[in-house]
Design a protein around this ligand. Structure first.
Ligand SMILES: Nc1nc2c(ncn2[C@@H]2O[C@H](COP(=O)(O)OP(=O)(O)OP(=O)(O)O)[C@@H](O)[C@H]2O)c(=O)[nH]1
Ligand SMILES: [Mg+2]
Length: 641
């Protein structure tokens, strides 16, 4: 397969011709290339090239002949593996060669896991006995059993009947494949194709009245086929649709149902190129995903301590989308409404558990505007490219670069003593059973759960937090379970995307505190070593239980020694968390404060200070010498005057 990369358009097609000995493979190839019938042809031809202007798609076609002899089998298989389509021949005058298609050739291709379309070709049509059953009768069961057969055709090289058509169908099957668009089994459009066509329909429905009126149909036609529809053609299209499907057309024009029906009709009638042209004009690749080159801008190139956020413009668009799809106006998107919202994307971006449980929902799983925007902010932070593609899929009308902002480096924020971020991420460390998950659940308003379940894998929670003064920030909590700390901290830039770290411990359990302390030291040391220091907070959970006395003493000492604030006591059980989340956001916003200092860090800093001081002394000395030289020069100059 060959494509020109950026635009995913094929520049070359390769067809391999296989079939039983003497069925007419080489003659077929010579006939198409030279318009003549060879009296005698070599057993296997060298590759034959049909130039780009041979067929209307203007893509050159290379035809590979093969030998069906047993000793050439390996070579034939190799060619098949490189093929974009296969022409499989039988001879119309030898029914046993037809039987061999289902008994040998097609199963053989399956066994080789060759997934390209197959064109079955009956050669020597001129020798066909008219008493034989028709092509349709013979082929229907075969095509039913082997869905990889795209087309069946009979031809005659000697009489030049349907020779060019054979390779035309082969090329068409490559350039405009059926499989991604249409389910042969159910005879319906594939879901991904429906989603793409629906998006195209919505993008063309400028007045958003759920139907394409005549000017909208014309714009669509011009965009896709570079030519307007004649008024009579518009009438004709609508007539065809309304005759077969009453709801396909209404007073305003062609409805989405009608638009989809029309495409199913094109495909059923073999006019796949029409639907493919439409999809490609709207930026889809062969897998009906947006082409990669459309997703190159913005590039999201950034340092590890920078993040990606949505701009106010993107958020405005998303607020509008939320309102549009909140059909019942209850300020919550039910799962069907959310599904509908993403029905123009290949799938919903939030099906994975990492997203599905991360935001605020109402009691029946509906998502609030707050939860909706939080999930977008979270997806943008975690997977900006996914966010970009889904923004385009749901119809973001402006240039995508206007939707994203790359934040200032956190290093810079620390120097300026202020973070400019709107979305802040907190890593939540702590021993197993310390109460991390309970904390995450509290952020998204989940009720407290007495039952304990150890968290495995990634676990996030995201919500907005109101600051004093009324401004809102989005807080993302990431639970880091005990066993994944070491692998996380192996990476040099592990703390790059961490705006603040929380160390959670069970205040009734000395070992839980001990572990939190160890983790605090580990993270602080990591920050000092990599220059990615983060503000740290201690959170003492289960405040409703009897506190462990040694914990209290030890934590007070550690806080003084390391220069962090006293632990924040909370009880998830009692719902007593005070202004915990606001404090986490506060700490993240002032990245120069709450940075713990380890003993090693302190002595290193002391050492650095010493060096700095001696450098300053040395520098003053140098300046004095330079000043001395300058004075001397002036003195010399005066002397000379
Ligand atoms: N009494 C009391 N129990 C709590 C409180 N917070 C959490 N728990 C309980 O403590 C247990 C552990 O809580 P989790 O939040 O699952 O702990 P975790 O830190 O996420 O644990 P891992 O996922 O295993 O690392 C659960 O049974 C909770 O119900 C609290 O404030 N008070
Ligand atoms: Mg947990």
């Amino acid at each position: 397969m060959s494509t020109d990369g950026a635009r995913d358009v094929r520049t070359r097609c390769q067809v391999v011709v296989i079939g039983d000995q003497g069925t007419g493979k080489s003659s077929l190839i010579i006939a198409v290339a030279t318009d003549s019938f060879p009296e005698k042809s070599p057993p296997v031809l060298p590759p034959t090239r049909l130039p780009h202007d041979f067929y209307p798609d203007r893509v050159p076609l290379t035809i590979i002949d093969t030998s069906s002899r047993q000793e050439d089998k390996v070579k034939m298989e190799m060619e098949c593996k490189k093929a974009d389509a296969i022409v499989l021949t039988y001879a119309c005058d030898r029914p046993q060669t037809l039987e061999r298609l289902s008994s040998y050739w097609l199963p053989e291709l399956r066994q080789l896991e060759i997934k390209v379309p197959v064109i079955v070709v009956g050669c020597k049509l001129d020798l066909r006995d008219d008493r034989q059953p028709s092509l349709e009768q013979v082929m229907a069961p075969l095509m039913h059993e082997f869905r990889e057969i795209e087309t069946c055709i009979e031809c005659s090289a000697i009489k030049q009947i349907q020779i060019a058509e054979v390779f035309y169908y082969a090329q068409k099957a490559i350039l405009h494949p059926t499989a991604p668009l249409f389910d042969q089994e159910t005879q319906t459009l594939k879901p991904r194709c429906v989603r793409a066509l629906k998006r195209i329909f919505i993008l063309c429905d400028h007045d958003r009245d759920g139907a394409l009126n005549d000017p909208e149909l014309n714009d669509f036609q011009v965009k896709c086929f570079n030519a307007p529809l004649q008024p009579s053609e518009v009438v004709g299209v609508k007539k065809v649709v309304s005759e077969k499907m009453a709801e396909g057309v209404n007073d305003h024009g062609l409805t989405l149902t009608g638009f989809l029906f029309l495409h199913a009709l094109f495909i059923e009638r073999g006019r796949l190129e029409t639907t493919w042209t439409v999809l490609r004009k709207f930026g889809y690749d062969d897998e009906i995903k947006l082409r990669d080159d459309l997703l190159l801008e913005p590039s999201f190139k950034r340092a590890s301590d920078q993040s990606v956020e949505l701009t106010e413009k993107a958020l405005d668009f998303l607020r509008g989308v939320f309102t549009t799809f909140d059909m019942d106006g209850d300020n919550v998107l039910r799962s069907q409404e959310l599904e509908e919202l993403f029905s123009t994307a290949p799938s919903s971006p939030w099906e994975e558990s990492i997203y599905s449980g991360a935001a605020e929902t109402n009691s029946v799983g509906g998502i609030t505007l707050n939860g909706f925007l939080s999930l977008w902010a979270f997806m943008t932070l975690l997977e900006p490219h996914k966010s970009l593609s889904h923004l385009i899929y749901i119809g973001y009308p402006a240039n995508p670069t206007s939707a994203f902002r790359i934040t200032r480096r956190r290093r810079q924020d620390r120097k300026r003593q202020r973070s400019q971020r709107v979305v802040l991420q907190c890593y939540v460390f702590g021993a197993t059973n310390a109460g991390k998950s309970a904390l995450l659940n509290a952020l998204i308003g989940r009720p407290y759960n007495e039952a304990y379940e150890h968290t495995k894998g990634d676990h996030y929670a995201v919500n907005t937090v109101e600051q004093i003064g009324g401004s809102r920030k989005t807080l993302v909590l990431r639970e880091i379970n005990e066993e994944s700390v070491s692998s996380l901290l192996e990476k040099k830039d592990a703390l790059g995307s961490c705006d603040v770290a929380a160390f959670v411990y069970d205040s009734s359990d000395a070992s839980s505190w001990k572990r939190a302390h160890e983790l605090l030291v580990e993270v602080a040391a990591h920050g000092e070593m990599t220059g990615l220091e983060v503000p740290c907070l201690l959170i003492a959970t289960k405040d409703d239980l009897e506190p462990d006395a040694s914990c209290i003493q030890s934590s007070a000492r550690v806080c003084t020694d390391m220069g962090v604030e006293a632990p924040i006591p909370v009880s998830m059980k009692l719902g007593d968390i005070g202004n915990l989340f606001r404090r986490i956001v506060d700490a993240a916003q002032r990245p120069h404060l709450s940075i713990p200092e380890t003993e090693a860090g302190r002595s290193h800093k002391h050492y650095r200070r010493l060096i700095q001081r001696s450098l300053t002394v040395a520098a003053v000395g140098v300046t004095a010498t330079v000043a001395g030289i300058a004075i001397y020069r002036v003195y010399m100059a005066r002397k000379q005057n």
